[in-house]
Design a protein around this ligand. Structure first.
Ligand code: KIV
Ligand code: NA
Length: 277
């Protein structure tokens, strides 16, 4: 299998080949992405909710992200591997942002980093890309800002908001971003941004006009029991399968139907008799 490089992603954008992105949080999900020909594997800070049980992404620390990133990196060799910069790791200063991004590359074994923000993060994106750290931008709905924005809301629904997003998208591309997540924005605006930019856009709740699509693993695989956003489609029902498996296991233990003979070991011939004599 051929490694998905940034050059390959740029080529896919040029040739209008759809880019498939899935989040992964550990070795087995990374393995699924590897075996399933996913183009980009994202260790998203959504790990905070779907794996760690926090109620918001802002609870996630850099050390926690690094732990998950390393696990995914052990499995995920062919897809491009990008890691989210957790809340607070690129907000203090440019120097601090570089230091933390370096940790994601060096200790987390990520190949690039993703960070949320518009015009405000342009200097950070510029500094990181200048240092040779590829950056994926992320505009529209920004979960790390849910508290500041009073919830998870679709962005860019009015002309003024849409124009701000378009300008931010261009500035982030100019700052050196190699790609951009567009989250929960009207599909016409996402198509306009995609047509305006030369780098690939990766949509989530942004319609079919984007260069690629991303979904959270647990949403896409039906392993998440919380809120289901309008933009989510379930491609599998892992949660139901696992629930049934747990029920069957407990019943089998309670009825002593498990373990059966094929799950047990025998002593060597004659040894049991010796023991009993
Ligand atoms: O954290 C995440 O999973 C993300 C994707 C939904 C884009 O940022
Ligand atoms: Na994220």
């Amino acid at each position: 299998k051929k490694k998905v490089t940034l050059a390959r992603l740029a080529e896919m954008r040029r040739r209008n080949l759809p880019i498939s992105v899935l989040t992964a949080y550990d070795y087995p999900t990374g393995q699924r992405c590897e075996l399933g020909n996913v183009d980009i594997c994202l260790v998203g800070d959504s790990v905070a909710q779907v794996c760690l049980g926090y109620d918001k992404t802002t609870s996630l620390t850099l050390d926690e992200m690094l732990h998950h990133c390393r696990a995914v990196a052990r499995a995920c060799k062919t897809p491009h591997l990008v890691a989210d910069m957790p809340f607070g790791t690129y907000h203090v200063s440019v120097a601090d942002a570089i230091r933390n991004a370096v940790r994601l590359i060096q200790e987390g074994n990520a190949e690039s980093v993703k960070l949320e923000g518009g015009m405000d993060v342009v200097p950070i994106v510029k500094a990181l890309t200048t240092a040779g750290i590829p950056v994926m931008a992320h505009i529209g709905l920004m979960p790390q800002r849910a508290a500041a924005l009073s919830g998870y809301r679709v962005q860019g629904r009015d002309a003024q908001g849409a124009l701000l997003l378009l300008h931010a998208a261009k500035a982030l591309q100019d700052a050196g971003a190699y790609g951009m997540v567009l989250e929960a924005i009207p599909h016409k605006l996402a198509s306009l941004i995609t047509d305006t930019l030369s780098i690939p856009t990766i949509g989530i709740g942004a319609g079919k006009g984007c260069s690629g699509q991303v979904l959270v693993w647990d949403d896409a695989m039906g392993n998440w029991t919380g809120h289901k956003a309008k933009f989510v489609r379930r491609f599998a029902n892992l949660g139901e399968v696992a629930a049934q498996g747990v029920n069957d296991y407990v019943s089998a233990v309670q009825s002593r139907e498990f373990p059966a003979e094929e799950h047990t070991y025998d002593m060597h011939t004659g040894e049991w008799e010796k023991l009993c004599s």
